[in-house]
Design a protein. Structure first.
Length: 237
């Protein structure tokens, strides 16, 4: 019996010490703080979507008209100094149009061809010129104009650093008012948002606008990137 007690007592002492240690850890004061960082920057890239639509009673002619217009648009953009690798065509669509005959039966009376030319510009001074050149060489619509940032990661990193600093400043303020100090970090969660894209979808410009005596004015404005963090700080006892 004595031997059994000698084995049990040290075990109980270790268990008691471990329990006290856990209890001490649970009493460590923690402070959870959210931080926000927002960075603004001027855009340095623009993407333009240009619509080309042609229509004719003959299918081959409708296709030929569209192909010529698209090629004329591309050539006019290249003449402005834009490299061909930054120009592509996509979203090609060919469909018949119908009318009802005397017996109310649908019959084909023509064909419509739609094509889209996409241009990526790193020289924003060319945006207005590209739009004007496109409209004067057969484009029917400017479907969209998007402004963005080439180096998004740099902007995201800057916003994240600002968010961390914001959270730390808030935590230090609270700790100081409580008569404590920050001694460590228990956990941190990060939410880095993407860079906003400034989009102009209302630019449904008609071809006759290209005949105006003035160039299309385009302003890139300012883009923003945001980041947020949640940090759990460990405070002194």
């Amino acid at each position: 019996m004595k031997n059994i007690l000698m084995l049990i007592i040290p075990f109980l002492m270790i268990t008691l010490m471990t329990t006290k240690a856990f209890a001490a850890e649970e009493r460590v004061p923690l402070l959870s703080v959210n931080g926000q960082g927002i960075v603004e920057a001027a855009p340095d890239r623009a993407t333009i979507s240009i619509g080309v639509q042609t229509q004719d009673r003959d299918a081959s002619r409708a296709q030929a008209l569209n192909a010529k217009a698209a090629q004329d648009i591309i050539n006019s953009i290249v003449s402005l100094g834009v490299e061909r690798k930054y120009i592509r065509t996509s979203d090609y669509n060919f469909r018949p149009t119908y009318r009802q005959d005397e017996n109310r039966r649908n019959e084909i009376n023509g064909y419509i061809v739609n094509n889209t030319v996409y241009i990526v510009l790193d020289d924003l001074s060319l945006v207005g010129k590209v739009i004007d050149a496109s409209l004067s060489h057969g484009a029917n619509n400017i479907n969209s104009l998007d402004f963005g940032i080439k180096n998004r990661k740099k902007l995201q990193d800057e916003a994240l650093v600002m968010a961390i600093r914001d959270a730390k400043q808030r935590a230090e303020l609270v700790a100081r008012e409580l008569g404590k100090s920050i001694v460590g970090v228990q956990n941190i969660s990060i939410d880095t948002g993407g860079v906003d894209v400034m989009r102009s979808n209302s630019m449904m410009m008609k071809a006759e606008m290209a005949m105006a005596d003035y160039a299309t004015p385009i302003e890139g404005g300012t883009l923003t990137c945001s980041a947020s963090v949640r940090i759990i700080f460990i405070l002194s006892n």
